[in-house]
Design a binder for this molecule. Structure first.
Ligand SMILES: [Zn+2]
Length: 455
């Protein structure tokens, strides 16, 4: 059966905007994109849904999240000035106060939030990947779940490597057309060089997507270049030897061969022109998380320079423990404003390169490229998977919508989303996530929240 989704505006992103447009969906795929008249003529028998004063855009992509940490929203602020206190409060809450089912609720609530905000696909780094993968499958979102791995002690590399392989083998049994498994060696300060090398060979041999946190802070830069600071002290306390390579994180990953796996690199704040060139040359990808980076005081990634260089880049929310929401339209607006603010005496030509159209591209097509899913999703085009988001543009805060890209990026947020569709299936519509029992999960997430504060 074919269904036509109509709206005042259709933005395919890879081609020109269509006034009074329609998207025809059959099964899991898009079979037509055009003007309402054209599509009506092509499919006279089809059912229709008309969203009126709204924009139909490709499904938003959240390239970097930690769904399992959703229950820690608004919880870590008292310790956010101290990274190790932050990490330890997070770990204690996660490991000691939450049961396996609590974690499932946490991840599912994160997936519900994403669906409500028009996110159709996530790149999720998870310590308990089976939990995240189940949440995505239940809610009906697409995604890659990267099983996280830690192991700074080189002496234990082989053992830790084998542990991850076992986990991944189990996880891959449940892979389906929507949810794939990848691996995430956490960061250069938590994973030893030999372990990074083992993971890279494994990923290449098994065609596993790889994601890493990279170049996230000044502290990380000091650790890499000088072998000093809080990360080095932490390893020393644990009796783990660290010889700083004396280069940036990106050059270190290039040197170890990790970039051959074309990893998705979350953050990339402390990168210079040579690093950007290395990322581009190696075809690694970037998840830009401007709100999380700003909130934790880590700085900002050079978004404008990434756009100029043609690096594959998408937006990520990071965990809501540090953000505090998963809202990719808001992330896009924040990235654009922050980039413009940071340039100071920016010239008009540069300003127009970091505009609303570029941000919408990064939020959709860019995200798909970042996750390596561009052949299936990211744009509205015939033959692509029907991952679609509908954003209402008739609110008091949006009218008049003279320029639709601007209305979407500068005047809208995830709260304006009316419908979220993944692979032809409506996941969120008419104000409800229709795939799971939202009321039950609403009650459960409150319960988990009370547990965390010891009630
Ligand atoms: Zn992260």
């Amino acid at each position: 059966m074919t269904i036509l989704y109509r709206a005042r505006w259709v933005l395919p992103v890879v081609s020109a905007m269509i006034d009074e447009g329609a998207v025809a969906v059959e099964g899991t795929r898009i079979v037509g994109v055009g003007s309402r008249a054209e599509i009506d003529e092509q499919y006279p028998e089809a059912g229709t849904r008309d969203f009126g004063e709204a924009a139909i855009i490709p499904g938003l992509v959240n390239a970097h999240s930690h769904l399992e940490l959703t229950a820690l929203r608004n919880f870590l602020e008292p310790v956010e000035g101290d990274f190790f206190a932050w990490l330890s409060k997070l770990t204690v809450a996660r490991l000691e106060r939450m049961t396996a089912d609590d974690l499932c609720v946490s991840a599912a609530w994160g997936a519900i939030e994403a669906a409500r905000a028009g996110v159709t696909c996530v790149g999720d780094a998870s310590d308990s990947a089976q939990t995240s993968a189940a949440a995505l499958r239940d809610v009906g979102l697409r995604g890659i779940v990267y099983q996280e791995a830690f192991g700074p002690d080189a002496r234990l590399a082989q053992e830790q490597f084998e542990k991850l392989c076992e986990k991944v083998e189990r996880l891959r049994v449940d892979e389906n057309s929507l949810v794939r498994i990848g691996i995430s060696p956490h960061a250069t300060y938590t994973v030893s060089a030999p372990l990074l090398e083992l993971f890279t060979e494994y990923a290449l041999a098994e065609s596993l997507p790889v994601m890493m946190h990279a170049a996230e802070s000044i502290a990380e830069m000091r650790f890499m270049r000088e072998g000093r600071g809080e990360f080095a002290e932490n390893l020393a306390r644990r009796g783990i030897e660290w010889r700083a390579p004396g280069v940036s994180t990106i050059q270190y990953l290039a040197r170890l061969g990790v970039l051959r796996a074309r990893p998705l690199l979350a953050h990339c704040i402390t990168v210079d022109a040579a690093d950007i060139e290395t990322i581009k040359e190696s075809d690694a990808r970037v998840a830009h998380c401007p709100k999380s980076n700003a909130k934790l005081g880590h700085g900002r990634a050079p978004y404008a320079a990434f756009l100029r260089s043609g690096v594959k880049i998408g937006f990520g929310s990071d965990s809501v423990a540090s953000n505090n929401t998963c809202d990719i339209l808001e992330e896009a607006r924040f990235a654009t404003l922050l980039s413009r603010a940071g340039e100071g005496n920016i010239r008009a030509k540069e300003l127009s390169a970091v505009d609303a159209a570029a941000a919408l591209h990064t939020a959709t097509v860019g995200g798909a490229y970042a996750l390596g899913l561009e052949a299936q999703k990211g744009a509205l085009a015939v033959g692509m998977e029907a991952d679609i988001t509908v954003v209402a543009l008739d609110g008091a805060h949006q009218l008049p919508a003279h320029d639709v890209n601007s209305a979407l990026i500068f005047a809208s947020s995830g709260r304006d989303v009316r419908m979220t569709m993944v692979a032809g299936k409506e996941v969120f519509r008419d104000g409800r996530v229709v795939t799971v029992d939202e009321e039950r999960l609403h009650a459960r997430i409150r319960e988990v929240g009370r547990k965390l504060v010891g009630d």
